[in-house]
Design a protein around this ligand. Structure first.
Ligand code: C2E
Ligand code: MG
Ligand code: MG
Length: 590
């Protein structure tokens, strides 16, 4: 450590060198050289010298410029005059502990200038010791790093924050989640992930404008932030999804679960309260998925997936609720991941086949069939579309699978055309939203029609109401292209989704399929009667025919006939069967 005696009595700042005698020539030379160095140094560094008590006894001009205090104002003060409040007391206690014990301290300090502005310096504080080994003064040399810190914080802001809400972003949450899991092996400390999604946010956005949608998301962010007490990371996950990471929930699983559910319920209630935006009162609800974890569940991607599954279940159960990832969902995950792998080979191994369900008119005469795909799984037996269509959509297999079903159906139509008793039967094929959204969809239909040589007017494609969800104009164009191929188009499961009357009249449809959920309540349930009556009347006014789905009883059939329904499909009329069993079907024998 430098001994202060070596430069004893020399304070280079404000020393008048000319006052030294000539006979001290050698010393003058050395001092002049030192003074030149000081001048150069002063151009670069911010320097101050404090005595043993920390009082400023010297400083250079840059120090005055930086602090905006005059030298007179600074001398005799401690550096506390520059305290910005940014650092904790402990920070300065550590600093003092180091330098007063003779250690050089290096670090970055945020100070406040006289006009209140904050600035950052990189500082080196060197203590100079007296003969007794105790510091007699401290020289602090600093460089201004404000610009660098600003750039860093801007980069930090950009890298880890969501620009719309100012909340932390998905990447930050993942980083924190990884840290939480990795930092606590063996700690058995519980944490939770809460994933929430605003119910029908798309409708709000579409109906009320994106500006209002953005403001709503900002206010949601603020409400979430206000519920955080310190051990939560609140992030916007993207779109209208927000994720909250909760840590330090203790080592008792039940208590951790209770705390997490409690917070999730608070969030649900907070977001259910009215929002005031642009002078309007906006009401919305949210669905929440929650997963509790400890250091044993250490796969962060899986955890997020589990929160997502719980969220999905909350939506399925009617939205505006909290759903917790549990054993039942865990088994579903296992099953799905096994099925997902098996699905890869299923098409190649020719494990899919098609069943045909009859569609009859009011005289019970078969008018056509609906093709419904099945999977003959090597170990699990027959699986229905509910077990695998979603998975096929996830991995993109739905495109080749959909093409295969379509081609199989077209070949079947060609077969039927060879016999006069079946030549006029129509065949409906389901098209999933993802399949329809594929840019090559129309081309692939055209190719299949050409390849099989089928009469296109006997083919009907069933689309779901998802065509209303986005890009409606583009979807209308696509539907028109399909119509130009001579193929009929039906809207499946009508009444369950997002049908907008405004668009409905513009869609080039031939048929509406009334969802089975309305048929189920007939003829007793007056609401179902009212809805069914209205849908049939609406369809007829638009020049469309109606197929009632899920007709399970004679009473339902008779009532639907009375209401003017055109076509009928359901277990009472015929279950989905192999082609051989389906075509020998004779409804009049019922
Ligand atoms: P969907 O197009 O609405 O088909 C009608 C579903 O209702 C079929 O279920 C059928 O078996 C069932 N169903 C028919 N009559 C009755 C009844 O009286 N009562 C009850 N409870 N149900 C009845 P499935 O075969 O399980 O198909 C379910 C859904 O999977 C279909 O609904 C369709 O959306 C989809 N799907 C079926 N095949 C395909 C396909 O090849 N491609 C695509 N993308 N989706 C398909
Ligand atoms: Mg269908
Ligand atoms: Mg349907």
């Amino acid at each position: 450590m430098p001994k202060s005696s070596s430069i004893k009595n020399i304070c280079l700042y404000h020393q008048d060198l000319d006052s030294l005698n000539d006979n001290e020539g050698g010393l003058v030379e050395a001092l002049k050289e030192l003074n030149d160095l000081k001048i150069a140094f002063d151009q670069h560094a911010i320097v101050s010298i404090a005595d043993a008590d920390g009082l400023i006894i010297c400083c250079n001009d840059l120090f005055c410029q930086m602090t905006q205090y005059s030298r007179e104002e600074l001398l005799g003060q401690t550096h506390h005059i520059l305290n910005s409040g940014y650092h904790s007391d402990a920070f300065f206690q550590e600093l003092w502990k180091d330098i007063s014990s003779g250690k050089v301290w290096r670090g970055e300090i945020c100070n406040r200038a006289k006009n209140g502005e904050l600035y950052w310096v990189e500082a080196t504080i060197v203590p100079f010791l007296g003969n007794d080994g105790k510091p007699v003064k401290y020289i602090a040399i600093r460089t201004d790093i404000t610009q660098r810190r600003l750039a860093e914080s801007r980069i930090y802001q950009l890298a880890w924050h969501d620009s719309l809400t100012g909340l932390l972003n998905r990447e930050f949450l993942f980083k924190e989640l990884a840290k939480t899991i990795d930092d606590s092996p063996g700690s058995h400390e519980y944490g939770a992930l809460i994933l929430l999604d605003i119910d029908h946010f798309k409708d709000i956005n579409d109906l009320m404008g994106h500006d209002l949608g953005d403001k709503l998301l900002r206010q949601v962010g603020q409400r979430l932030q206000s519920l955080a007490h310190g051990n939560e990371v609140v992030s916007r996950f993207g779109g209208d999804e927000f994720m909250i990471l909760v840590t330090e929930l203790g080592s008792d699983s039940q208590s951790a679960l209770d705390q997490a559910v409690n917070l999730a319920e608070q969030i649900r209630l907070a977001l259910g309260a009215t929002f005031y935006i642009n002078g309007l009162q906006i009401h919305c609800t949210c669905s929440i998925g929650l997963v509790v974890f400890d250091d044993a569940n250490n796969n962060k991607t899986e955890l997020v997936k589990h929160a997502d599954m719980a969220l999905y279940r909350a939506k399925e159960q009617g939205r505006n609720r909290v759903s917790v990832f549990d054993k039942q969902l865990q088994n579903q995950v296992l099953n799905r991941s096994i099925l997902r792998q098996d699905l890869q080979q299923a098409l190649r191994n020719k494990e899919f086949y098609v069943h045909y369900q009859v569609v009859v008119d009011k005289t019970l005469s078969p008018r056509g069939f609906e093709a419904l795909v099945r999977w003959q799984h090597p170990t699990r037996g027959t699986l229905g579309p509910a077990d695998f269509i979603c998975l096929a959509e996830e991995n993109g297999l739905i495109i080749p699978l959909g093409q295969w079903v379509l081609e199989t159906a077209c070949k079947q139509l060609v077969e039927w055309s060879k016999d006069s008793s079946t030549a006029s039967l129509l065949l409906s094929v389901n098209v999933s939203a993802m399949q329809f959204a594929d840019s090559r969809f129309v081309t692939s239909v055209r190719r299949i029609l050409q390849r099989t040589g089928v009469n296109p007017s006997l083919l009907r494609l069933e689309l779901t109401e998802s065509v209303f969800l986005s890009d409606v104009e583009k979807n209308i164009l696509k539907m028109n292209e399909i119509k130009e191929l001579g193929v009929q188009v039906a809207l499946d499961d009508f009444g369950t989704g997002y049908s907008s009357l405004q668009y409905l009249k513009r869609l080039p449809l031939d048929l509406l399929k009334l969802d089975s959920s309305f048929v189920r309540g007939l003829p007793e349930n007056s609401e179902d009667v009212a809805i069914t009556t209205t849908i049939i009347a609406l369809a007829h006014s638009l020049g469309l025919r109606v197929v009632a789905e899920g007709v399970e009883t004679e009473a339902q059939f008779n009532h639907l006939v009375e209401l003017g329904c055109d076509l009928f499909q359901g277990y009472w009329l015929g279950r989905p069967l192999s082609v051989q069993n389906a075509v020998v079907f004779n409804p009049t024998s019922l």
